[in-house]
Design a protein around this ligand. Structure first.
Ligand code: PHB
Length: 388
């Protein structure tokens, strides 16, 4: 098979790129290793920046998002026994965020691709990517028990940090900058109506907690836990009790059946450059942010918007100028989001090796956020995201 752009990975970045290319009249094929049900259920983040919402609308995926997404005008920071609300529109000239789960974005994009797009193959396992440094890249993969090849003009790796695309970059051609964090998140999904209107990010004497939501009926909640924690060690009751303690509100959470419980590692990582020859890396294949601040999905969307524009420019004019600028253009935004995610993570979590001095510094930083409009605006601007 031959196509213009071979896309490895059918998560949000691969699917969104396929939609954007389809709109620009550029052919693509998406190869996804997992089956459709798995991809549609994989629990991930749930906060969309305004520019991500705009892109989804522009590519026809805005209908359910507009009907079911919850528009949020702020978040609450809790620390030292009190709460402080950050008002996004007031601090950013009207920007806000939308709560709409990544799983729903993925379902909407798959449905569209199936209705009017180019091929999207599930259970297509890529083994190798060859020839990205000359002008005929080849992707070798297995589908329906058959070994197949996909030749293309360009390959885009949207297959995550552990994907095949990253391994096609020769050693020495790229540098990965990394930071592991000395804690993880225990996340639960619960059939319980959130009794808070906006997300709550809490610093506490027992570590970080976050109250988020998926809908008016479903809560999504997180606790900082030690690396290597077994979710089975946390009974539902223990999770709820700990959340109530750390969130430190006057009103306890509404409890309900816990339908999912899992532990998420926390990592920061950036690979530079994001391009090697005819191979482009996008989303988690190129960079990982810890989830505090909800930047991962939004960064992935920003990458593929930049790439789709560059490819459209290349096919409309013959000029590779924007493709040449892809990595630098994306990395500016990536490093800003890395810094913000790192700031949110290290300000709100308790490092097991942390001294009381460092805890006082965190509280001073949170106090500053609660008293200085400049500090608040800095957080709000980063949280809502820079325009694309
Ligand atoms: C989520 O709802 O999954 C979520 C929200 C905010 C974050 C991280 C995760 O910072």
């Amino acid at each position: 098979m031959h196509t213009t752009v071979g896309i490895i990975g059918g998560g949000p970045s691969g699917l969104l790129l396929a939609r954007l290319l389809h709109r620009a009249g550029i052919a693509s094929v998406v190869l996804e290793r997992r089956d459709r049900a798995y991809v549609e259920q994989r629990q991930r983040a749930g906060i969309l920046e305004q520019s991500t919402v705009d892109v989804l609308r522009a590519c026809g995926a805005g209908k359910r998002l507009d009907a079911e997404g919850l528009v949020h005008d702020g978040v609450e920071l809790r620390f030292a026994g009190r709460g402080h609300r950050i008002d996004f529109p007031a601090l950013t000239g009207g920007r806000r965020v939308t709560v709409y789960a990544q799983t729903e974005v993925v379902k909407d994009l798959i449905a569209l691709q199936r209705m009017e797009g180019d091929p999207l193959l599930f259970e297509a396992e890529v083994h190798s990517v060859e020839g990205v440094d000359d002008d005929r890249p080849v992707i070798r993969y297995t589908h329906e028990g058959q070994e197949r090849t996909l030749t293309c003009d360009y390959v885009v790796g949207c297959d995550g940090f552990h994907g095949v695309a990253r391994t096609a970059v020769p050693a020495g051609a790229a540098t990965t900058y990394e930071r592991a964090h000395p804690y993880a998140w225990l996340g639960i999904l619960a059939e319980a109506a959130p009794n808070y209107d906006e997300l709550i990010y809490a610093h506490s004497d027992r570590g970080f907690a976050l109250a988020s939501m998926r809908s008016p009926e479903v809560s999504r909640l997180y606790l900082q836990v030690p690396n290597g924690t077994d979710p089975a060690a946390w009974s539902d009751e223990r999770v709820w009790d700990e959340l109530d303690h750390r969130l430190g509100r006057a009103i306890p959470l509404v409890r309900g059946p816990v339908t999912q419980k899992s532990v998420l590692p926390m990592r920061s990582s950036v690979t530079e450059p994001m391009r090697f020859g005819r191979l482009f890396l996008a989303g988690d294949a190129a960079h990982i942010v810890p989830p505090t601040g909800a930047k991962g999905l939004n960064l992935a969307a920003a990458d593929v918007v930049v790439l789709a524009r560059a490819l459209a420019h290349r096919y409309a004019t013959g000029s590779g100028e924007l493709l040449d600028a892809y990595s630098d253009t994306c990395l500016r935004r990536v490093w800003r989001a890395e810094h913000f995610s790192y700031f949110m993570t290290t300000t709100l979590h308790t490092d097991p090796a942390q001294s009381p001095f460092e805890t006082r510094l965190q509280l001073s930083q949170l106090e500053r956020l609660a008293t200085s409009p400049h500090a608040e605006a800095e957080l709000a601007e980063n949280y809502c995201g820079l325009p694309l």
